[in-house]
Design a protein around this ligand. Sequence first.
Ligand code: SF4
Length: 389
Amino acid sequence: MICREEDSYMDGYRFLELKAELLVDGIRATPEALEEVGKKYKEQNHGLFGWDFEDHSDILLPDDFVLPDRTVVQFRKNSRSPYQVIKKRNNLILSNGCGEICEVSWIPRPAYYSTETTVGHKMVKIGQIGGEDCLFFCYQNYCSHFSKHEQCLFCNLVSTSDTYHSVLKRKDKEDIGEVAKAAFSEGNVRHVLLTGGCFNHEKEIELVSDILKSIRKHTGLDRVPGTILPSPAKGEDDIRKYYDTGIKAIGFSMEIWDDKLYKAICPGKAKDVTHDTFLRSMETAVRIFGPGNVFAVFVMGLEPRKTFLEGVGTITGLGANVVPFVWSPNPGSSLEGHRAPTSKWFTETILEASEIVYQAKVPAGTENHCYRCDGNSLLHDALRLKGIE
Ligand code: SF4
């Protein structure tokens, strides 16, 4: 490998560039560095997708870790990565084969991970913490596009579930409420993220409404800070029903901005929801949920910079925010074994995107989703460098 000089990092962007490198190249860790993962530190539980380069059903790995400037980075196992975490005098040190880079920290394991609900279900199999503060519930680990072989090319939902069996596929609403109470009362959780695969609209709205009722009952929250990422909610009626569930924000997984690439990469979803429908839904959602409380979710790295940035411009022009995940060619997806763009591409593109978002002056929406949730996106980190947290 070619060793990187410290002064080759762009001024002020060292940890943003480092995070991009870690997401694109993956990471390893020595057995000593991993010895307290799953005990003192939070382990991966594969609530929905797997983001590692390799499956690892025989070993517990951290979900994510924190850099010295508090940047949260998703742990993406790659045994060929130059990046490695080692343990040295009780500290965790990130190295790259050329030398030590910085100290890192695993994230503490929530106490509720070791407890059960009233009916005896392990709480960790129901809801997991993303990053440091985001309580994640996947209310249905199922997507109808797989049965027709029309799943999104980057998606490994089925293979992840088959490999790890680490979560309950269907979760009871009372269990979800109990987990929310336990997680919020520990003091670190600031918001929730709820999602499922793609299924019948009416049933999904009813289910989400019941889940939110249970979360509100158990936590005492009037409206719940966080985001619902449902199957694409299309009409005003649907969107209003989601608002009435008591969640504060809604997200739309558009995945790819370029329309032709969207149809090619997400064949099943593109048949169900066109780009125009997404945009109209987002306009409506901004009216109902308020500016900044609507998110468009993209998979970044599967389309040209130009079209991605056009998408960021249009979405923020509507008053919505953008969450672009850094694509990983993960095992079990149709694109397994492919390569993502370079980390330089991701860094430069996200810096341009952050300037577009900054200029659009959309409220940041960080009450519902923030940089501490996001080990696998760079946008919050780039915006933080502009003073937006
Ligand atoms: S819509 Fe696409 S990304 Fe979402 S679960 Fe289905 S196949 Fe996966």
